[in-house]
Design a protein around this ligand. Structure first.
Ligand code: NAD
Length: 485
């Protein structure tokens, strides 16, 4: 049975699309057709933005509600999402190949958690303060919502990434037009069902599936006040150019090529599960993964053996099986792309220690073996470009200074990790890596702390109170001096 939607979620209800165009979705593990949704055209984006604008500008609307009232609405949304958590995880896993155990956490659980975190943050902490001035008067400094947010998300962690944006944006009082990626739209429509059940006011959230042209149209739409994008660096640059021209605030979470630095005292075997999660999770399709593994020459062969042993022992297969550790890639196009990097790694003289091929016995689906290259030079293409698949590059280094130099010799700077028996030494190394976030003997994005990149990995931060502030604008009211005398 396929899952077919015939309408878009605009202005708080299911609405006919302006054309009959549809987006078909296929299962990563079987290549079968999973379902379809209407493809939004420019007129649908216009309608969605108008609905979001109308709600935002309503003097009694969402943006003017007391935070406690928005919190109640977002709590209803969280409950409606939790009711659908299993199905959300299942749909994501079917669409993009994410192992179900990961999907239950990132896609099923994370959205409700983020909604509650941000709704609570806004309701429980003052959004304005009065400052005694230096010139005799005083000023009220108020955090206001920015307006209508255009949110554009990729297919790799579709619901998790969606709520990195929706939760702070909605809690702050903004309204949102969301454009999901064409590869993963069935989870977005299920989220729309939850929004309807939660009775979110019309226009607070709108979902308009489509490809890059419609995404670009949304970014440049005259009634959008802020853009939030996660995806490739190439698309991020194009979006940044548009936003620059329009002087439109933008948050960009882009690609990465992070370093997992194994220090010479590390007991990698004892932290292998965390190492797996920090380097190969979600079939290698996460932007912050440490896909350059930096190994000390003094223990190089041992590290190569451990990482090779890990990659070759992972359970590959049906992403819906709870024991599966590596599922298929999202699409034939993505697998072709990853395979072209594997060919390049071979051409450039790196030593393949495991993988490199499609696994035997899995003829249907876009599967690829977890792959490890040793003896990679940091200048090689496979060490510099984001592959977005289960491919690790092992790079030898001589001492800590060289490890840090290699880690920092990248256009990107998003995640990373340090592996060591000495947490203090690990932190000292972590502080020297130019990146937005880095973990010691693990890498986990905790909602309370900001996450984002430097250089080609993007601008701005998600998570933490910092993300909330990126959906707010500061207004100062200089208070009447005579009233204070
Ligand atoms: P992409 O960046 O092209 O697409 C991501 C989202 O942006 C999609 O919703 C897409 O429709 C939209 N989009 C693309 N171009 C746009 C534009 N100019 N204006 C507005 N919206 C636009 O990513 P992709 O083609 O799906 O994947 C290509 C590569 O990007 C991957 O192989 C991977 O390296 C990288 N990627 C990174 C992330 C990440 O989280 N950092 C996520 C997905 C893909």
């Amino acid at each position: 049975m396929t899952i077919d939607y015939t309408q878009l979620y605009i202005d708080g209800r299911w609405a006919d699309a302006s054309t009959s165009a549809t987006i078909a979705v296929h299962a990563a593990a079987t290549e079968e057709r999973l379902g379809s949704v209407p493809e939004a055209a420019e007129r649908d984006i216009d309608d969605a933005v108008a609905a979001a604008r109308h709600q935002f500008d309503d003097p009694d609307g969402w943006s003017r509600w007391e935070p406690a009232r928005r919190r109640e609405a977002l709590e209803r949304f969280a409950v409606a999402l939790e009711k659908r958590a299993e199905e959300t995880a299942r749909r994501v896993s079917l669409q993009n190949g994410m192992p179900i155990a990961v999907a239950q956490q990132f896609e099923g659980g994370f959205p409700a958690l983020l909604l509650r975190y941000y709704a609570g943050l806004v309701a429980d902490s003052p959004q304005e303060e009065t400052r005694q001035g230096m010139l005799g008067g005083s000023a009220r400094v108020i955090r206001e919502p920015i307006g209508v947010v255009g949110a554009i998300v990729p297919w790799n962690v579709p619901q998790g990434i969606t709520f990195l944006k929706l939760a702070p944006a909605l809690a702050a009082g903004n309204t949102v037009v969301l454009k999901p990626a064409p590869e993963t739209v069935l989870d977005a429509m299920l989220m729309a069902e939850a929004a309807i059940e939660a009775d979110l006011p019309p226009g607070v959230l709108n979902v308009v599936p489509g490809g890059r042209e419609i995404g670009a149209y949304l970014v440049a739409h005259p009634d959008i006040d802020k853009v939030s994008f996660t995806g490739s660096t190439a698309a991020g640059r194009a979006i940044a150019e548009t936003c620059g021209r329009l002087l439109r605030p933008v948050t960009l979470e882009l690609g990465g090529k992070s370093a997992a630095i194994v220090l010479d005292d590390a007991d990698l075997a004892s932290t292998i599960e965390s190492f797996f999660a920090a380097t190969l999770l979600n079939n290698g399709q996460i932007c912050w993964l440490g896909t350059r593994v930096l190994a000390p020459r003094s223990r190089y062969d041992q590290v190569v053996d451990i990482v090779t042993g890990l990659a070759s022992s992972l359970i590959i297969g049906d992403p819906l099986q709870p024991t599966t550790q590596v599922g298929p890639l999202v699409s034939a196009r993505q697998r072709d792309r990853v395979e072209s990097y594997i060919a390049k790694g071979r051409d450039e003289g790196a030593r393949l220690t495991t993988g490199g091929n499609r696994p035997e016995g899995l003829d249907q689906g876009w599967y690829l073996q977890p792959t490890v290259f040793a003896d990679v030079d940091n200048g090689h293409t496979i060490a510099q470009e984001e592959i977005f698949g289960p491919v690790l590059s092992l790079i030898p280094y001589s001492d800590e200074d060289e490890a840090i130099r290699i880690a920092n010799a990248s256009d990107y700077g998003l995640g990373g990790s340090v592996w060591t028996a000495d947490p203090e030494r690990g932190e000292a190394v972590a502080r020297r890596v130019r990146t937005g976030s880095i973990g010691i003997n693990a890498y986990v994005n905790d909602p309370v702390a900001p996450f984002g990149g430097v250089r080609a990995s993007g601008m701005g931060r998600e998570l933490g109170p910092e993300a909330l502030h990126s959906y707010q604008v500061l207004k100062t009211v200089y208070l009447d001096p005579s009233a204070q005398a």
